[in-house]
Design a protein around this ligand. Structure first.
Ligand code: BGC
Length: 733
């Protein structure tokens, strides 16, 4: 083993304060990387070909028994033509591949091993859309920490997560991988996941490098078709799509993946605007950017690059540092540098970033530090991890409807029916890491059987419906967001037989449940809840866990309403009058969604007082009315009392929305700006206060500067975006 190097230092950003989202914001900035002297030394020694090799990422192949390398790739590694691998893991296997890189190459530079650890590695947590419905930021961070620990013990140092793509497009299968529609919630989550993966020291043996993806706006494909064209104004892009990527960078993320889509006519893989201008110059990002899978040579199909060499030239010059699977860099970068189409300085810049990260991960000190089979055994699928997964899965579920049938009583006879009742496979969802069906201890049916007698003839039915897991995820777009028709028919026929039916849903996108919600007595949205999902569903159904999830994405009543989201604009003709024709409305469907953003029931009930804004007031110009006032850089407190009016303890997510009534550009009718999760005992009342400051009122003004504008504002507080109480205030400069 060669250990020719000194040390690497990454100074991480000040920790973000995302755990207390009610108005507080991250004070973090992009992580700074101190140049590692060993990197300079290496760069001096490297041939042009060896430099190019560090920008090349290939996948390992898989056999039924585990990962294996195509012999060609091993030759590439030996020749220094490939510096990173994806889809190769286990401590033993990565040790062997690492040995080849370290001992059989001229310079002995270690390989970086990456994998899609998206919602868990071996212990699988709910899919990300489900996680986001917990609104539990510390728990989300903890799930990433556990995933990192398990992955790092299996030889990995790099995950392709967090996925930061905002989406209001339920047809798109990858909406399941993100955190829903809202940039504020999405930002808290992407920062939390980054902290969970990377910890405070990337060189530890239980932390891994995060990769912010897919940069950018991948979640807005036209017609909901994967990989499709994206086009939106720079203003909309910056306000509603960019924040979660930025929040992850601010939390210290040190790699970023380009997205497959084009934006404003330019494929993201060649976008100087996205990678060089926004990411590296504006945000000061010092990590490296990797392509998505074959994303560089796909620019030929986009009609943007004439051939593979042209594609490599465009990408490298636009700031894309590493090529995943296109082999365009491997095949052409050396010649491109020799011909002057790419400067050696640009190549060095990419290689330096990649090597600095390898150093920060500790690989230059000990390339085998992640390859310890004993640690792999001890840290994988532990009882603690599974207990956390069970609790977290229950927290991610959203009770959409309940006429009182839930919670079920332990000991009463229950029928468990439906095509998804006995599945273990579907519980894991897509992008299940190294999660295995064999590690799932119970299906929903198995778990219910452990609590209560199950009899097909029982009058109470738990009906488990949904989409098979591979109907969501990558390349899984649908033109319908309904359940399969036989499933709805099954529900109807049970109701005709006079049964009481609680529907449990396993799915990965907002569905049109308008028909089901008419028939079902209760609907529990369980998403794909992961390894412990069967037990977690039973915990919620029987009331051992009182549901507390809130939708992070709007559920339409008809696909024709899409895109539908809570931060819509008012328009010049908002729909106000029930019989009006010339207002912004449909002839055949209400404007309102079926289940609004933020919606989610509990087995108890919460009552909200009207929000109160104590403090100084001023007269609203031209009127004799007074209004509370927020001045300049000051703050304003808005308070509300929340009471648990039911008979069991419950957790409520108190949500704060704001509206700017008049702006130099029009503003949303409601925008989430804060929330707080509180747990109340029966009868308990708690005062919740939010601090409002000018940053929370800020937006991209007409001249594209970021800041607030003076005027009148509304503040809304409640338990769902469509169930709020309001107050007003003025902002004065
Ligand atoms: C996906 C990425 C993923 C990559 C590597 C691509 O197809 O778009 O999200 O990280 O494959 O598996």
């Amino acid at each position: 083993m060669r250990r020719a190097f000194l040390f690497a230092v990454v100074a991480f950003a000040v920790a973000a304060c995302a755990g207390t989202p009610n108005g507080s914001r991250s004070r973090a900035r992009a992580a700074r990387i101190k140049e590692d002297p060993r990197v300079d030394e290496l760069l001096k020694k490297m041939t042009l070909e060896e430099k190019v090799g560090q920008t090349v990422l290939f996948t390992s192949d898989w056999t039924v028994t585990g990962p294996s390398m195509r012999s060609g790739y091993l030759e590439d590694i030996k020749a220094g033509r490939c510096g990173a691998l994806l889809n190769a893991y286990t401590a033993d296997f990565t040790r062997e591949v690492q040995r080849v890189a370290v001992e059989e190459t001229r310079l002995g530079i270690p390989i970086l091993f990456g994998y899609d650890v998206i919602h868990g590695f071996r212990t699988i947590f709910p899919i990300n859309l489900g996680m986001s419905c917990s609104w539990d930021i510390p728990a989300i961070e903890e799930s990433a920490r556990i995933a990192a620990e398990e992955a790092a013990a299996a030889g990995l140092q790099w995950t392709y997560s967090p996925m930061c793509d905002i989406s209001v497009e339920p047809r798109w299968g990858r909406i399941s991988e993100g955190s829903g529609e809202d940039p504020y919630l999405g930002s808290l989550i992407s920062a939390a996941m980054t902290r969970g993966y990377q910890g405070d020291d990337l060189s530890k043996d239980n932390t891994i490098l995060a990769c912010v993806k897919h940069f950018a706006a991948y979640g807005a494909p036209q017609a909901g078709r994967d990989y499709n064209t994206v086009d939106m104004s720079e203003r909309w892009f910056r306000e509603f799509y960019l924040p979660p990527y930025k929040a992850a960078i601010d939390a210290g993320a040190l790699s970023v993946m380009a997205s497959f889509n084009e934006l404003d006519g330019v494929p993201a893989h060649a976008s100087n605007h996205l990678m060089n201008e926004i990411l590296k110059d504006e945000w000061g990002f010092e990590g490296f950017v990797v392509s998505d899978y074959t994303g560089i040579n796909e620019m030929i199909m986009h009609g943007y690059a004439a051939d593979e060499s042209h594609a490599a030239e465009l990408s490298m010059n636009a700031g894309l540092d590493m090529d995943m699977m296109s082999a365009a860099y491997m095949n052409h970068l050396t010649d491109l540098v020799k011909s002057g189409k790419v400067s050696e300085k640009t190549l060095d810049h990419a290689v330096r970033r990649i090597l600095n990260i390898k150093a920060a991960l500790g690989l230059l000190d000990d390339p085998y530090k992640y390859c310890d089979p004993q640690r792999e055994k001890e840290r994988t699928l532990t009882e603690e991890n599974k207990a956390f997964a069970r609790q977290f899965a229950a927290e991610s579920m959203v009770l959409l409807k309940n006429n009182g049938v839930l919670p079920l009583k332990k000991g009463e006879k229950i029928a468990v029916l439906g095509p998804m009742a006995a599945t273990k496979d579907d519980l894991l969802g897509s992008w299940r890491g190294a999660g295995q069906v064999e590690a799932v201890p119970a299906s929903i049916e198995d778990a219910i059987k452990e609590v209560t007698p199950v009899a097909a003839s029982a009058s109470k039915v738990v009906l488990v419906l949904g989409e098979p897991w591979d109907w969501t995820g990558e390349a899984a777009s649908r033109t319908s967001i309904n359940l399969p028709v036989e499933q709805t028919e099954l529900l109807k026929s049970l109701k005709k037989q006079g049964k009481t039916v609680a529907v449990v849903l396993l799915n990965g996108r907002p569905l049109d449940l308008s028909e089901e919600s008419e028939y079902a007595d209760a609907i529990l949205e369980a998403w794909y809840p992961g390894t412990m999902g069967g037990y977690a569903v039973a915990d919620v159904l029987f009331g051992d866990c009182n549901p507390s999830g809130k939708l992070s994405v709007t559920f339409p009543r008809d696909l024709g309403q899409v895109p539908i989201y809570h931060y819509a604009k008012n328009t010049g003709r908002p729909y106000i009058h029930p019989d009006a024709k010339y207002e912004s409305r449909y002839l055949d469907c209400p404007n309102e969604p079926l289940y609004a953003f933020g919606h989610g029931l509990s087995y108890t009930t919460f009552e909200y007082s009207a929000p109160v804004i104590p403090g100084s007031t001023s007269v609203i110009p031209g009127t004799d009315r007074e209004s509370p006032v927020l001045k300049g850089d000051g703050t304003l407190t808005v308070k509300v009392k929340v009471t648990n009016t039911g008979s069991v303890a419950g957790t409520e997510t108190v949500q704060l929305y704001i509206r700017d009534l008049v702006g130099s550009v029009t503003r949303p009718v409601k925008q989430l700006k804060g929330f707080e999760r509180i747990t109340l005992q029966p009868g308990e009342c708690r005062e919740v206060s939010f601090t409002i400051d000018s940053e929370m009122l800020s937006f991209y003004r007409q001249d594209m500067t970021w800041g607030p504008e003076p005027g009148d504002f509304k503040v809304f507080i409640g338990g769902a975006s469509d169930n709020v109480k309001e107050a007003s205030f003025r902002y004065e400069i």
